[in-house]
Design a protein around this ligand. Structure first.
Ligand code: FEO
Ligand code: CA
Ligand code: CA
Ligand code: CA
Length: 634
């Protein structure tokens, strides 16, 4: 594109944003910087002590809590005046008759299939009344160290493979307020449901029934078993839950070292030697040599009706197959449904889906299949040399357009969707620093996405330094923000900048110090979970390096931060226990509480979270509330 950066008069909110003021200053000095590198630009942005002091002094009207210091403790810390309590942990029963958690690791598959799955991740809350709600939660994966008494050091039995599959998927359960008004799990609710790695699913949309989706067990190509590696999530205004399949390649393997994989599937990491999970030995569909198409049935966004426990989840192939992070859905002012989607791998892409038909408020039947028909796009960013803002466009991934033709190896639209990564390359998408969550500002005007990190930036082919990925060997991550043209989420043009460049101002140089809204008190690395609350606070969760050493010194354990999109200020809100990731959040109506996911405490390290003592660490959802009953974050 010829236009290099946008007209700032279109973005009056930037007047209030110290970071953007600095970027603009940078732009006005563009002539001075011409011919210089992104690093020189970074020196101005990140190292100017005057600018930093100004940023620190800006005052947020959205945030009123006292920041939490970085922590390396094995606890979950929240600000003064806040309380955090566990709501549910891996292994707690949610189906009638399911046994209580037993930390021996000897419980069988049937027990796990009635209990809360492992590795809590994205979650959505669906209110039933003021005091009752359904919570749908992803169970991303499991850790054999803790799942089995033998810590995964033995060959798995058939029941153990089934148990591991039952630890995956989605848990849906009712929560209600108790006598004190605090949320608790209703383990006997008829809504409660476990969806696992073997729950029947319908394949719907353009790839359903395609030859590449057919297997020995399913000649129709329309009935898959299970959902796996359910990372982040989304929800629709018609009351359904979206669960997103991420690292599905890990479950497929073979005893033969050399297995022929479809050339377009290599990019998804499918290979015979991914044997850690050991599933292929007892569940033949995961044997890559015997059933090569089974892997094509994973890597999708799945829609689930949480209010209908007997309903069949649907894999929505119109949204493309990649390593999905979340599905940030918004209804555009035109009525079309727009879903923003990240593909979490170094050098992969950002996507959006625009529905063909329009959302009809209150008409669940009419809205039910909206995600089956529409157009998928992938993002291309542009910027002038050394600038970290610019223009962008959404490139259509439709068979017959933009080189997506039979000549180029795409026989039909199903192939474009099944091999969306290759289609994205064909049309000229920008390689990104691992897109994780996307969040749509409730004002409808802007969208943010976490680009978590990318150690290969600047090293690998086709991963040039610049634009929204301005640092080589990026171990810290950044948040890219864009404004759809004219506030129209269906538009193909947008403007973009970076809301924050994470970094370490105490040990880093240039851009590695971070942008001016990063300081010694709020620094973090690897932003991942991301969501706006209804008031417009931007909540950031991290999944990064918690060594607290070297380039990560002073950052401590993974954490959750709150940002004011208007001032750019970022404040640490919570810190997690040892070796956890903080991921997944939900705000009950009224925002008097926030539910926060603590995933895999003690992974590869020693943790006894949440029960303490000598207990086994367990992924846990925390409920955080204010002692004075006030709005979270205010
Ligand atoms: Fe499951 Fe990219 O995080
Ligand atoms: Ca993530
Ligand atoms: Ca991550
Ligand atoms: Ca994770």
């Amino acid at each position: 594109m010829s236009q290099t950066y946008f007209d700032e008069e279109d973005h009056p909110e930037l007047e209030h944003t110290e970071f953007d003021r600095l970027i603009r200053k940078g732009l006005s000095r563009r002539r001075f910087l011409q011919g210089s590198s992104a690093a020189a630009m970074g020196l101005f942005l990140a190292a100017n002590p005057v600018a930093r002091a100004v940023a620190a002094a800006s005052e947020s009207k959205l945030m009123g809590f006292k920041a939490v210091p970085a922590s390396t403790r094995d606890t979950f810390e929240v600000p003064e005046g806040y309380v955090a309590e566990p709501l549910i942990s891996w292994g707690d029963p949610i189906l009638k008759g399911a046994p209580a958690f037993d930390e021996s690791g000897l419980q069988d598959a049937a027990a796990q299939a009635g209990q809360f799955g492992d590795h809590t991740d994205g979650m959505s809350l669906f209110p039933l009344s003021e005091d009752r709600a359904l919570l749908a939660v992803n169970n991303e994966y499991t850790n054999y160290d803790y799942l089995f008494a033998h810590q995964g050091k033995q060959k798995l039995s058939a029941d153990e493979v089934k148990k591991a599959q039952a630890a995956h998927g989605v848990s849906i359960f009712e929560i209600r307020r108790n006598d004190k008004g605090h949320w608790e799990v209703n383990a006997t609710s008829d809504y409660n449901r476990r969806i696992t790695g073997y729950t029947p699913m319908e394949i719907s949309g353009p790839a359903a029934g395609h030859d590449l989706m057919k297997t020995a067990a399913d000649a129709s190509g329309r009935l898959a078993l299970g959902t796996l590696n359910n990372c982040a999530n989304g929800e629709t205004p018609w009351g359904t839950y979206l669960t997103c399949e991420e690292n599905f390649h890990k479950y497929f393997a073979s005893d033969q070292d050399e297995v022929e994989v479809h050339p377009r599937n290599k990019r998804y990491g499918l290979k015979a030697k991914n044997r850690d999970y050991q599933w292929y030995g007892h569940d033949e569909r995961f044997d890559l040599a015997k059933h090569p198409n089974e892997a094509n049935r994973f890597g999708w966004v799945v829609e689930i009706d949480p209010t209908a426990p007997a309903s069949t989840p649907k894999k929505r192939t119109a949204l493309g197959r990649f390593k999905h992070e979340n599905a940030a859905l918004t209804v555009d002012k035109s009525g079309h449904v727009v879903v923003y989607l990240g593909d979490d791998e170094r050098g992969e892409h950002l996507y959006k889906f625009v529905s063909k038909n329009k959302y009809k408020p209150g008409d669940k039947a009419a809205n039910r299949e909206l995600l089956d028909e529409g157009t998928l796009y992938v993002a291309q960013f542009s910027a002038a040399d050394g600038e970290i803002k610019g223009r962008g466009q959404w490139l259509e991934l439709t068979h017959g357009k933009n080189g997506l033709t039979a000549e180029n190896g795409f026989a039909d639209q199903a192939e474009v969707l099944i091999f969306a990564r290759e289609a994205a390359t064909q049309v000229g998408a920008t390689t990104m620093d691992r897109p994780e969550w996307v969040a749509v500002n409730p004002d409808g005007k802007s969208v943010c996405s976490t680009l978590t990190n990318n150690k290969n930036r600047g090293k690998a082919d086709k991963q040039p330094v610049g634009g929204p990925n301005p640092r080589a060997e990026n171990n810290y991550g950044q948040i890219v923000r864009w404004w759809p043209q004219d506030g129209d989420h269906t538009a193909t043009a947008f403007d973009w900048d970076l809301f924050v460049i994470a970094g370490n101002p105490t040990v880093g140089e240039g851009l590695y110090k971070g942008s001016s809204n990063i300081n010694a008190d709020n620094m973090f690395n690897s932003p991942d979970g991301l969501a706006f609350d209804p008031d417009g606070r931007l909540w950031i969760q991290t999944d990064g390096n918690y060594s607290n050493e070297g380039e990560f010194a002073g950052m401590g354990n993974n954490q959750m931060l709150c940002a004011d999109p208007l001032t750019g200020e970022i404040r640490r809100f919570a810190t997690g226990p040892v070796a956890c990731e903080i991921t997944g959040m939900a705000f009950p109506p009224g925002q008097r509480e926030v539910l926060i996911g603590v995933q895999h405490p003690g992974e590869g390290h020693v943790s006894h979270f949440p029960a303490g003592g000598n207990s086994k660490p367990r992924s846990t959802i925390m409920v955080v509330r204010r002692e004075d009953g006030g709005i979270i974050g205010a």
